[in-house]
Design a protein around this ligand. Structure first.
Ligand code: GLA
Length: 387
């Protein structure tokens, strides 16, 4: 891949003198969905697929961007004087947003750059291709200009840019999972205070299989921000009765005791999901540590049911993938992953059931939805790096 991006860099920008190649992964969340902006826990991991970027510092303030995933667009030119979001800027709003965020945080970028990207995360799949580009850009800025920022800072800067430049009110999970990724480990992160712990994922005789619904979605135009504000309103209502800062501070019992404070049934369901999902995530990690993969799988399944019925972020495509998966012997657990409304499911499948899984779920999906799903057997990889 390094040679491929350098060759393309040379073709696009004339020569590749001084260009370096970097990588940032994509991520999949195993459990803990729509909890990260509610002060709850998440349990994601970085993948071995992700975004490669060749970059070189320039003598002037120009920015030249090229993506091998959007070859038809050619070079997009901009400059450090023009770090403002625009529709025409397309995907370059992500790297530009991170540059803008560095400057907002007092780190003036001293020179422009040529940047060529090539990602192998399916676009719009919910495996965080945009957070991958954000963390990659931050990593490149650090490498080229020597800014003193930690990987955790890169995650926070990525989220800041996504919230304030690209106007998607996302939580910290994606950028954190990517910036802090560790091979063969998932990250048990408490989003209330960013304390975290790595948990080895030793799936003896099973693998993580991602099924991509191929229903495209953008977080910005989905109902993501709406769910978030429903939770915020529910929290305010609960705060009238109990002293909490986030929904993540409640357990099931406390929620049941105070839930009448939430004045609307839909909002009550949203808050219920946030509370129960957080507790499920804590229990799932305990089960995993105790070697009880069956229990972990059951909790993944329960997570999907809650996202389908209470949080209502699944849709017929994700429900079909998951409900078909549940029918197959050898599936330990299956659920939607990421924001929802399209994107992917994540399943833990025993090795000898993987072929059957792909065939049967694929067939049922095509019959019901009318187009094909894609399947990926994935591995958990490390965080960003120079390659
Ligand atoms: C998206 C957001 C994350 C998180 C998930 C849902 O991936 O970027 O911050 O909220 O949705 O769990």
């Amino acid at each position: 891949m390094k040679d491929t991006v350098l060759r393309k860099f040379q073709e696009v920008f004339g020569d590749a003198d001084g260009a370096k190649v970097f990588f940032a992964p994509g991520r999949v969340n195993l459990i803990g969905e729509h909890t990260d902006y509610n002060g709850g826990h998440v349990f994601p991991c970085a993948l071995t697929i992700g975004t490669y970027g060749a970059a070189r510092r320039r003598m002037d303030n120009k920015l030249r961007f090229y993506s091998m995933n959007f070859d038809g667009l050619g070079i997009t030119e901009s400059s450090l004087e023009d770090l403002t979001p625009s529709k025409e800027a397309g995907w370059t709003n992500y790297p530009k947003g991170v540059m803008w965020a560095f400057e907002q945080k007092g780190m003036k970028i001293p020179a422009g750059m040529d940047l060529l990207l090539n990602g192998n995360i399916p676009n719009g799949s919910g495996l965080s291709s945009s957070a991958s580009v954000e963390v990659l850009t931050g990593y490149i800025l650090r490498a080229l200009f020597g800014f003193e920022v930690s990987n955790q800072d890169l995650a926070l800067i990525g989220q800041f840019s996504e919230n304030n430049f690209n106007k998607v009110n996302c939580g910290i999970m994606d950028q954190f999972a990517i910036a802090m990724g560790k091979k063969d480990n998932a990250i048990f992160l408490d989003t209330a205070d960013l304390s975290y712990e790595y948990a080895p994922i030793a799936l003896k005789g099973a693998k993580i299989v991602i099924a991509c619904s191929n229903k495209k979605r953008g977080l910005g135009d989905s109902k993501y921000n709406e769910r978030r504000s429903e939770c915020e309103t529910a929290l305010e209502e609960l705060q009238g009765k109990i002293d909490i800062r986030t929904l993540g501070e409640l357990d099931e019992e406390a929620f049941e005791e105070y839930k009448a404070a939430v004045g609307d049934e839909v909002r009550r369901k949203r808050a219920k999901h946030a509370v129960y999902e957080n507790q499920r995530t804590i229990r799932a990690v305990e089960a995993l540590k105790a070697g009880d993969l069956e229990q972990f799988g059951q909790l993944m399944n329960a997570s999907h049911v809650s996202l389908r019925d209470d949080y209502e972020v699944t849709g017929v495509e994700l429900d079909t993938l998951v409900e078909e998966a549940w029918k197959i012997e050898g599936v330990i657990g299956s659920r939607m992953t990421g924001a929802g409304f399209g994107g992917c499911t994540v399943s833990i499948v025993k090795d000898d059931a993987i072929d059957r899984f792909i065939e049967q779920v694929g067939k049922a999906y095509r019959a019901k939805i009318g187009y094909a799903a894609d399947f990926y057997v994935v591995e958990i990889g490390d965080g960003p790096r120079e390659v």
